[in-house]
Design a protein around this ligand. Structure first.
Ligand SMILES: [Zn+2]
Length: 568
């Protein structure tokens, strides 16, 4: 491709609306342009990267025994009602009506459509297992679209669905996908980690893993062990109980709670300052409504309540923090002063909070020498907090948890019979009895992978594309397009590289060398060959984008070097 013809409008400065490095660089390098908030056009080089990602995914999916289909983006609302998700999905689901006032949704995912397809065709266990996938545009009406392709409203996804006769079959399908995902993200050049995750809105009885690309801009927190392979999303991460057991013994010698006068102090850090007591000796009381019923939750002052764990323990569908009026009504105290003493609603305590022997706790002002389980009753004890850095690993005896930020680029999910039962997708087993098919679902955010790659692979000058997904494989840059000898050598190189099967971009523009080099670094093709003053002697300069030093080489030698680079 000749750069003078290529539609790749590069920008010198970062557009002010872009916060994330990947968003800035993809705009600057002429890969994408925004149409509306969270909605983007891919320009030719961006489209090339996307197609390469798609090719890797197709190759690995096909290798894993999956078959490609293509389903409609426009889905009847009735299907979503059958699965019970039409109301549940909330405002993120893009809804519309046709001219006959029939309701539709633009698919953020395709469980309903695929289950409908398969239930119509499935009769016997002999048709199983089956895994179907597609690469398609998805829609999600994000409240705050941001970071370019990282949190968009319209995005590219690969989604796959497996159908098995039994759970053992699902385990095998899941494992095959898990391994395929490893290969895919490795080939994309990502630094990633599979982590245990919470089932969230998709629901399902089985396990789930998220594949996280490590990046500071990531919106997810990952807890990973420094000793074993354990890694989990913060929503899900447990911690090792080390002496975190409630103290009921020795209560006779325990002093009675004493009231402290703290009329203006309601935040933990203010309390730490006012009383000179560390946060881990303070008990925090939060009031929640679980399916409408009030409960109090106690965690240590230095910990945060994990609402997913709390909802799990209570088996609650709806969980919300009680507002000011409810808090006052239930406790007679304002938010920040509520405490466990004398509370008449069930109190749930986190293990670590219950293990504090003498705590400060709020109750219309604060009390000291409060001992959980003695001065107030614990209705239920559990892991109710977010894991923190330094917590013991729940999976091994010696490791400790460390926190990382990550971008979710993929997820594998054991759905079980959640959709097949609700939507009657059944098959006949060998004995002729009807059974619901066992399902799994597997997603990859392709446009998000593209962003995550740029987030991980860039420097001050621009992008450093991993070799398998670079928009072009080699960038030939003659220093002066007006110099006949240089252009002749550049054309010779261009032809030789192209006939070796390489994807070449030739910068034939009549630009200053500074502009050409800046653009070249910005768009980040893995290998650059500069054709300069020594062109007359057949000498060119080869430089890998990831390295500082350049190599002098003869034209044929340069071609061999590039070929070897892509062969290894
Ligand atoms: Zn561990």
């Amino acid at each position: 491709m000749r750069q003078s013809q290529l539609f790749m409008p590069t920008l010198r400065v970062s557009p002010s609306e872009a916060e994330a490095a990947s968003h800035q660089l993809m705009l600057r390098a002429g890969l994408i342009r925004q149409l509306a908030a969270g909605i983007y056009t891919y320009l030719p080089p961006g489209r090339r990267v996307l197609r390469k990602l798609e090719a890797i995914i197709r190759e690995e999916m096909d290798k894993a025994g999956c078959q490609e289909v293509f389903m409609p983006a426009m889905q009847p609302a009735d299907l979503w009602r059958q699965s019970g998700r039409y109301e549940k999905y909330g405002p993120e689901l893009v809804r519309l009506k046709d001219r006959h006032e029939r309701e539709f949704a633009l698919g953020p995912t395709h469980e309903e459509v695929i289950t409908d397809l398969v239930r119509g065709e499935l009769s016997s266990y002999r048709q199983l297992p089956l895994t179907l996938y597609q690469i398609q545009t998805k829609f999600r009406d994000e409240k705050r679209p941001r970071y370019g392709l990282l949190r968009g409203r319209e995005f590219m996804m690969k989604d796959a669905y497996s159908f098995d006769a039994d759970w053992e079959g699902l385990d095998r399908s899941y494992q095959r996908m898990y391994e395929a995902y490893h290969r895919i993200f490795t080939r994309c050049g990502l630094n990633f980690r599979p982590v245990e995750a919470d089932a969230g809105t998709i629901g399902g009885e089985g396990g789930t893993h998220e594949f996280m690309a490590l990046a500071d801009i990531g919106e997810d927190t990952i807890a990973a062990c420094d000793h074993c392979q354990y890694a989990a999303n913060l929503e899900k991460a447990g911690y090792r109980l080390a002496g975190d057991t409630p103290n009921a013994e020795g209560s006779s010698s325990h002093p009675e709670p004493e009231k402290l006068h703290t009329p203006k102090v309601r935040k933990i850090d203010e309390l730490v300052q006012a009383l000179g007591i560390p946060a881990d000796q303070i008990l925090k009381t939060l009031l929640f409504l679980a399916d409408g019923k009030p409960v109090a939750v106690i965690v240590r002052g230095d910990h945060e309540v994990n609402e997913i764990k709390l909802a799990g323990l209570l088996q609650a569908d709806q969980l919300e923090l009680a507002d000011q009026a409810t808090t006052e009504k239930l406790t007679g105290a304002a938010v920040g002063f509520a405490g466990p003493i004398g509370l008449s609603i069930p109190i749930l305590a986190d293990y670590s909070a219950a293990a504090v022997i003498s705590a400060v706790a709020g109750a219309n002002d604060h009390w000291k020498h409060v001992r959980p389980g003695i001065h107030f009753e614990i209705a239920q004890l559990g892991d109710l907090r977010n894991a923190v850095s330094g917590d013991g690993c729940p999976n091994c005896a010696d490791g400790h948890l460390r926190m990382f930020r990550g971008i979710e680029v993929g997820q594998v999910f054991k759905l079980g019979t959640k959709y097949s039962e609700g939507m009657q997708a059944n098959y006949l087993d060998a004995s002729g009895s009807e059974k619901p098919v066992i399902m799994g679902c597997y997603g990859i955010g392709i446009s998000r992978v593209m962003s995550a790659v740029v987030e991980q692979h860039h420097d001050e000058e621009g992008i450093l594309w991993p070799r398998e997904i670079a928009p072009y494989q080699v960038h030939v840059v003659p220093v002066s397009a007006k110099d006949e000898k240089q252009m002749k050598a550049a054309e010779e190189l261009y032809a030789k590289l192209a006939s070796a099967g390489l994807e070449v971009l030739l910068d034939d523009r009549e630009e200053r060398p500074g502009v050409k080099f800046k653009d070249s670094d910005l768009i980040g093709i893995p290998v650059r060959i500069v054709v300069g003053r020594q062109a007359a002697e057949g000498i060119v300069e080869l430089k890998y984008r990831s390295e500082k030093a350049a190599i002098q080489a003869e034209i044929q030698e340069a071609v061999t070097l590039v070929k070897d680079f892509y062969r290894s």
